[in-house]
Write a protein that binds this ligand. Structure first.
Ligand code: ATP
Ligand code: MG
Length: 609
């Protein structure tokens, strides 16, 4: 709770004045029936028009007070709640930006989106309701009781019977409703996740003609939500009828006992009408109180989920970096006996979402690496050592899943090595500030993306201050200038979300140009020309060799042709380096290399030129 006070501070005025206004509103509301009874008792009974007018005016004043403070109370509460949650949302977003790749593996994107939107919405709702109702309901309850007692102590005894009865009924309804609402929320989360997965991958769905399957999946989740919502609402629909029942019962009792007293001359008519109003207010406020409790209980889950993000300590930071002002200067890379496994999954319990059976994306992959029970080393990377000199071009080759991406990710510290050390310019990467390290290491990720905006804007991600000439120059190196210039709007062509309006190979070349604009000392291309034709790829490599002489280049590829001319080639197999050497050396001595080579050459021969 304490961590939320800092978000309350900027809106403290609204947080205090809102409820104060509400209290004044309650005062007005409690006062009005009393004035009414005075009009009936004295004014109407004695035909005293002047008195009726006078008290009527006071009543009008009370009404104005009630309305204006009600509106202001509402306004301040809304300001407080919206400001409070808006600030938390900004902070959470900033927090998520600090997340490392490993952290992002843990929180699913869907769950983060839900936490930043839905869950915060719930909290906002609760704060708003809390500020409005937390004082209003008890205020009405206490105020109403006091007025009822002062009006007629004996008649108020009826309330002593009714309140506990109503209380027990409400409690029973709530007790059934609460778990049902929790289950409803869980089903809603699952539905959100399902929709998100289908829609973000809608192209894949369509290309596999899996619409029916997705529809079925959706129907399942939707049916679940419908059923659970019905279950939950079926309990609260009893609330109003039960309420009305007790209210009418009380009214009958009050009129019966009160009527007898009036006939006996021991009570005034006006007091009776006022009394009935107070009784209604008291019972209503009881019900509202129950509703608040239910709502806050529901919001508790949201609070927990938001707090989880807020309290999360990113797995990777540079707070303890020893040489924060060090920059990458020459681009020498050294791996010293490096082993690596991906962090344990499920560090975060996504309790709300996992309880409903949902097919999780990514299951059904190859056997997962991790520490095995039989003592065998299942690490993704095992005891890797090598050195790359500044300006060298090094290719990395190996079967799919052998750990190429995992290896290079350690250089810009997207993940940290589990054992051993990765050194850049002789300094442990953990001793750099993340900013300086990543400034010096440009990496084109294997699964890359462009953002909504023009091509020029996208390329300037690498360097905001790049001139038009620079943008063009590096696009030329990446062999992107040609096709960009052929577009009607050239570099001002809009890229759609996710880069769907450029081809796969065009997108890859834009991603390379974007990385080049950073002018990094170390450039890593992770399978970044897989969708580019061989001739174009050769031109990219030639541009690298001629124009980026001082840059250390690490090129992961599936095709031997992509790395054949590299200074050296690292051949990997199952998390280990099997050999390092030039093409000519490897073709003579490395079994794995020969295997890859001949498989690709043979394939070539099968296809007539
Ligand atoms: N984020 C991750 N969390 C857990 N395991 C992962 C993760 N990424 C990859 N792995 C596992 O690590 C192993 C090595 O994966 P990696 O991506 O490094 O292979 P790769 O050589 O780049 O393959 P490809 O040529 O297909 O890109 C694989 O078995 C994979 O299942
Ligand atoms: Mg890879």
């Amino acid at each position: 709770m304490k961590k939320y006070t800092k978000y309350i501070k900027p809106y403290l005025f609204f947080f205090i004045v809102g409820p104060l206004m509400t209290l004044t509103e309650v005062f007005g509301e409690i006062w009005i029936p009393r004035l009414m009874s005075m009009i009936i008792n004295t004014g109407v009974a004695n035909h005293n028009i002047a008195y009726i007018l006078r008290i009527g005016l006071v009543m009008l004043g009370a009404c104005m007070l009630q309305v204006s403070t009600g509106v202001l109370g509402g306004y301040f509460s809304v300001r407080a709640a919206v400001g409070f949650t808006g600030d938390i949302r900004s902070e959470l977003f900033a927090k998520v930006q600090q997340f490392s790749f490993a952290d992002l593996d843990d929180f699913s994107t869907g769950s983060l989106v839900t936490r930043l939107t839905n869950d915060l919405q719930q909290i906002q709702q609760m704060v708003m309701m809390g500020l409005r109702m937390a004082l209003r309901s008890p205020g009405m309850l206490v105020g109403g009781l006091i007025m009822a007692l002062t009006l007629n102590r004996d008649l108020a005894l009826i309330l002593l019977v009714v309140i506990p009865l109503l209380g027990v009924s409400i409690f029973l309804i709530m007790k059934t409703a609460y778990p049902r609402f929790t289950r409803m929320q869980t089903a809603l989360d699952a539905l959100n996740n399902g929709i998100k997965e289908t829609l973000t991958n809608v192209r894949v769905v369509k290309s596999f003609v899996r619409e029916d399957h997705e529809q079925d999946k959706f129907e399942g989740l939707n049916g679940d939500l419908k059923q659970r919502t019905l279950d939950a609402l079926n309990t609260v629909i009893f609330m109003m009828p039960v309420m009305t029942f007790f209210m009418n019962l009380t009214a009958i009792a009050v009129v019966w006992f009160g009527g007898n007293r009036i006939i006996a001359g021991r009570m005034l008519v006006g007091d009776l009408t006022a009394f009935i109003t107070y009784v209604t207010q008291i019972l209503m406020s009881l019900m509202m109180l129950a509703m608040i409790i239910l709502q806050s209980a529901r919001s508790m889950a949201s609070f927990k989920r938001v707090s989880e993000v807020m309290d999360f300590v990113p797995d990777l930071d540079d707070r303890n970096a020893a040489r924060k002002d060090k920059e990458v200067e020459s681009g020498r890379i050294e791996f010293k006996d490096v082993s690596f496994s991906y962090p344990d999954e499920n560090r975060i319990e996504d309790d709300e979402t996992t309880s409903v059976a949902m097919p999780k994306a990514g299951t059904g992959m190859e056997a997962r690496h991790g520490a095995g029970n039989d003592g065998e080393d299942f690490s993704v990377l095992q005891h890797i050592s090598f050195t790359i000199e500044p300006g060298e071009t090094v290719g990395i080759l190996g079967a799919t899943g052998c750990g190429k991406t995992s290896l290079v990710q350690l250089i810009p510290r997207l993940y940290d090595a589990t054992e051993g050390a990765v050194l850049v310019d002789g300094v442990d990467v953990r001793d750099y500030s993340l900013e300086n390290l990543r400034e010096g290491v440009g990496m084109v990720l294997q699964y890359n993306t462009l953002f909504t905006g023009t091509i020029a804007e996208n390329l300037r991600w690498g360097n905001e201050d790049a001139t038009d000439e620079e943008v063009r120059k590096y696009a030329e190196y990446a062999q992107a200038d040609g096709f960009v210039s052929s577009f009607k709007d050239g570099y001002d062509t809009m890229i759609e979300q996710g880069g769907t309006n450029v081809s796969g190979g065009q997108k890859q070349r834009l991603c390379i140009a974007r990385a080049l604009l950073k002018k990094p000392k170390i450039l890593i291309l992770d399978d970044s020309t897989s969708a580019v034709d061989t001739a174009t790829e050769r031109m990219i490599n030639a541009a690298f060799a001629n124009e980026l002489k001082d840059t250390t280049k690490l090129i992961i590829a599936q095709r031997i042709g992509s790395v054949k001319d590299a200074d050296r080639i690292i051949v990997m197999d199952d998390g280990k380096i099997v050999d390092i050497g030039k093409h000519n050396e490897l073709i003579g001595r490395c079994h794995e290399y020969q295997e890859i080579y001949y498989s690709q050459v043979e394939r070539k021969e099968e296809v007539p030129a």
